[in-house]
Design a protein around this ligand. Structure first.
Ligand code: ATP
Ligand code: MG
Length: 876
């Protein structure tokens, strides 16, 4: 066996199985598509599940992949065992009802012994204890010696996940030698230590389980295998653990360099280096696949991993953000196989940096708080309340707290913690749930079981319909009378019900002089449309034939804005890059609000470029078409879909030429020219890594233009200009004039101050060798006081002045002492403090000049009258 690099091993595996008639498919996203049962893809077969169940026909009965995987349940083992990462790549070959055990085992053996040339005397096989067929094949057909095969129980070697396809497994192990063993006399294949490493698992899914212990053979048997690429590389490169594999090692080296810690020096710092190496890989790939940090779901997994990595950084003595820097190496090492990482590099790095900075603000305080809590606990357990406090105040995820405690042999009351978390969630939920929302839930349950409403509004603005139900006062009623509010359900309707960010339609439902005005339209999960509104006159009853007509002008404005959202998304991806994904939108008649993933604020040039691209498409007058097709066909066409959004088998694809192709259920104009014009009115941030653009089209642009024009006209009027064009010049002139005037005012103030000085000096009283001056100056602030004080001091070195400036109902005191006065023992800071104290104030400063504030203006005169005695007491 020969040293082989990780990238080369991946290629060897995939091309080997291609040579056995397999179709090579790219790795799926880490975010499961159309699969709510899984938070993150954790195996090669996970994204192929629907091929196994035949819900979707596979493109080929034999497929081979190298799949990115995340396994957070392994998080506690990361860095401690040699073979677990939260992120790893899984190689696999799959048969969808095509070949079975015989071929799967023979090819696995051929790949191990012939392609990789792994020595046979280091390989071990495990099979499920009752699977005699597998033993027979391994020994008789493949030619493995029976004494190298062990039978293991259901726990290890039977793959089963609830009801459905399941079956026995057979694993291939590599014996790394005694030195890696745990030393136990029972150490053998299946032991949890790092001697016998399971690196390939072959799953023979041959039964259907009813979940009650009954297994019936499947007509079409499947093969699903999984081999950890890093584990294989570890074996092929003869290194100790997955973090020392060629490409992964470079990431660890980068961290070592930043931390100034050598790998191998100390087991404790080695664990931290390995944990960070792993977590920065997982998080880089997760963000690359569109996961954003948040407080729940996938986003929380991401946040937890980043925080855990940041804390291990602290253990290594790294105080500054560093993970985003390490990202460079992760991307560099992986971009040949995953070029999307390089494309999204800036975005990934900025997002990580942002998270690091925000956690960095609380981590040290949190750690200090945890230490204080630990000092106080009497039992060996931290209370759930304390753990909750750490989470709530400092953003410490439970597993981070648990890990720190474990390092000191302590535990945490997780049950209590979860109870606190649950209570908090409940409180938040209750706060969100207004009473109307509860009434709403009631309405929905009343409508359960009703036929879905037929929507005619893609092509029609009005249609004939029949009233199927009326709900008023939270109950079903037969008849509605004038002035009553209600929800009306029709069999068919042109009213669009709020969804996909597009607001519901408004309009009227009429019959025989009765007019029901619809203020909003929404729908239940089952597709029953609810027209909410009020009966203006007449009566309506269930079963009535009615005319339903929407507010056409409003809807047209909505359609313009919705189409503009599609054009905007396409333009943003062109200008900013393909990392831009829709993160939410609100399409109303007035404006269009579009949220998207992008880190930094857009520059004015970028905004102008996007605006121009969209307007180019509008002015080119491109037809907007809608087509129904299968989701696969839509994907092939390159349609943009939302991450994690569930789509049915048949989807609606809205295209504006080749410029924009999107899956969308909304209503659109039939030609881009109908948008008139498109104008972005704001661009800003909504959350970490998410930006928001608000824009207008059609009359909205005219409105915007008129508003600005009106503003300018008013400004011109205020400046008494006849010509609006002169306004900029006039505004510049006004600013320049103000500046000159400010200077003039300053000069005048100083002149006035000088003239006052002479008057003030005349009132000087001699005390010993110094002369004391006090004065109250109306409308004088700190600046004027200083100017006058300076001037007095310049006149003679034996002056002591205490001036009180009154301005805006407040008093400021300033004391200055000339050189000789200071020599005689006067101290401006002390004089002003004592004087201010007499008028309810405080202050102080240097011996030659000091200031103070005084609250009680009425006492200023009294306070100043005391200055002489204050000074007298001070003199030597
Ligand atoms: P283990 O018992 O060692 O955790 P497993 O039984 O969970 O392994 P499988 O679910 O059979 O593993 O996954 C198939 C292959 O994927 C394994 O043989 C191994 O090579 C690889 N693998 C599984 N978990 C990890 C992990 N956390 N890190 C790296 N590789 C892994
Ligand atoms: Mg496992």
């Amino acid at each position: 066996m020969q040293w082989t690099g990780l990238n080369e091993l991946r290629e060897k595996f995939l091309s080997f199985f291609e040579s056995k008639g397999h179709l090579r498919l790219p790795s799926a996203s880490l975010v499961p598509q159309n699969d709510k049962s899984l938070l993150l893809i954790n195996s090669g077969m996970a994204p192929l599940k629907k091929y196994f169940t035949r819900e979707i026909t596979p493109p080929c009965d034999r497929v081979t992949t190298c799949q990115k995987c995340i396994r957070t349940p392994d998080i506690e083992r990361v860095g401690k065992t040699a073979r677990h990462g939260t992120y790893f790549e899984m190689l696999g070959n799959f048969s969808f009802g095509d070949y079975f055990k015989k071929e799967a085992t023979a090819w696995a053996w051929e790949f191990c012994t012939k392609v990789l040339e792994l020595p046979e005397d280091r390989l071990w096989i495990s099979v499920y204890e009752d699977d005699d067929e597998a033993i027979e094949i391994w020994t008789k057909e493949v030619g493995v010696s029976p004494d190298r095969i062990v039978r293991l129980g259901k726990e290890d070697n039977f793959w089963e996940h609830g009801t459905g396809p399941c079956g026995p497994c057979s694993e291939i192990y590599f014996d790394r030698g005694e030195s890696y063993g745990c030393g136990s006399p029972d150490c053998a294949v299946g032991c949890d230590c790092d001697r016998y490493v399971e690196f390939w698992n072959l799953v023979f899914s041959q039964f259907n389980s009813d979940g009650k212990g009954n297994y019936t053979p499947l007509a079409n048997k499947n093969i699903d295998t999984g081999m950890g690429l890093e584990r294989l590389a570890c074996i092929m490169q003869g290194v100790d653990n997955l973090f020392e594999v060629d490409t992964v090692q470079n990431i660890m080296k980068h961290i070592s360099k930043i931390a100034g810690v050598n790998y191998g020096d100390n087991e404790k710092t080695d664990v931290s280096l390995r944990v960070i190496t792993d977590h920065i890989r997982s998080t880089t790939f997760m963000i690359g696949d569109g996961v954003l940090p948040s407080n729940e779901g996938r986003g929380y997994v991401l946040r937890r991993l980043l925080r855990r990595a940041a804390r291990h950084g602290r253990l290594l003595g790294i105080k500054e953000p560093f993970l985003s820097e390490v990202c460079d190496t992760v991307i560099h090492e992986n971009m040949s196989a995953y070029p999307e990482l390089a494309e999204k590099k800036d975005f990934i790095k900025k997002l990580i940096l942002n998270e690091e900075i925000s956690f960095g603000k609380t981590i040290d305080q949190g750690l200090a708080m945890l230490n204080a809590m630990i000092d106080k606990i009497s039992e060996k357990e931290l209370s759930g309340a304390d753990a909750f406090k750490l989470n709530d105040t400092f953003g410490f995820p439970l597993d981070l707290t648990r890990e720190i405690l474990e390092e000191r042999g302590l535990t945490v009351d997780e049950e209590e913690f979860n109870r606190f978390m649950m209570e908090q969630r409940e409180r938040a939920r209750a706060a969100r749930k207004a009473s109307t929302a509860e009434a709403w839930a009631g309405t929905k349950s009343i409508l359960e079981g009703m036929h879905p409403t037929v929507f005619t509004g893609y092509d029609n603005m009005s249609s004939q319909a029949k009233i199927m139900a009326i709900i008023s006062g939270g109950e079903l009623v037969e008849t509605l009378n004038e002035g009553e509010e209600a929800i009306v359900v029709l069999d068919t309707t042109p009213f669009y019900a709020e969804s996909g960010g597009q607001v519901g339609d408004t309009g009227t439902i009429t019959c025989d002089g009765a007019v029901f005005t619809v203020g909003d339209t929404t729908k239940t999960h089952d597709g029953v449309f609810m027209h909410t509104g009020c009966l203006q006159n007449g009566t309506i009853s269930v079963g009535d034939k009615v005319s339903a007509g929407i507010n056409v002008q409003r809807r047209q404005a909505i359609m313009r804005n919705h189409t503009s959202a599609h054009l905007l998304q396409a333009a943003l991806r062109k200008v900013l890059g393909t990392h831009v994904e829709q993160a939410g939108q609100l399409v109303s008649a007035k404006t269009m609000r579009f949220d998207f993933t992008h880190f930094s604020a857009m520059t004015p040039e970028e905004i102008a470029q996007v605006e121009k691209l969209v307007n180019d498409e509008i002015l080119a007058g491109i037809n907007v078409t809608t087509q129904e097709m299968s989701i696969d066909e839509a994907r092939k066409k390159g349609a943009m879909a939302l991450f994690g959004e569930k789509y049915g088998d048949v989807v609606r694809v809205v295209s504006a030429g080749d410029f924009s192709i999107e899956l969308c259920g909304g209503t659109h104009v039939d030609n881009t020219a109908k948008l008139g014009l498109f104008k972005i009115i704001s661009e800003g941030s909504v959350a970490a890594g998410v930006r928001r653009i608000e824009a207008v089209t059609g009359y909205g642009v005219l409105l915007q233009f008129n508003m600005l024009h009106d503003m300018l006209a008013k400004a011109a009027h205020a400046f008494k200009l006849n010509n609006i064009e002169d306004i900029v010049r006039r505004a510049e002139l006004a600013v320049a004039e103000l500046k000159t005037k400010d200077k003039e005012i300053e000069a005048l103030n100083s002149k006035i101050a000088s003239s006052q000085v002479d008057n003030i000096i005349n009132s000087a009283k001699s005390i010993g060798n110094v002369k004391v001056i006090t004065a109250v100056l109306e409308n004088s602030g700190a600046d004027t006081l200083r100017q006058i004080s300076d001037k007095i001091r310049d006149k003679s070195a034996d002056y002591i002045s205490v001036l009180a400036g009154i301005n805006d109902g407040k008093a400021t005191l300033a004391c200055s002492c000339g050189k000789d006065a200071v020599k005689a023992g006067a101290h401006a800071g002390n004089i002003v403090r004592e004087t201010a104290r007499l008028a309810g104030g405080s202050g102080g400063g240097k011996p030659d000049y000091a200031m103070a504030g005084a609250k009680d203006i009425s006492k200023i005169d009294d306070a100043l009258s005391q200055v002489e005695s204050i000074v007298a007491n001070m003199l030597k």
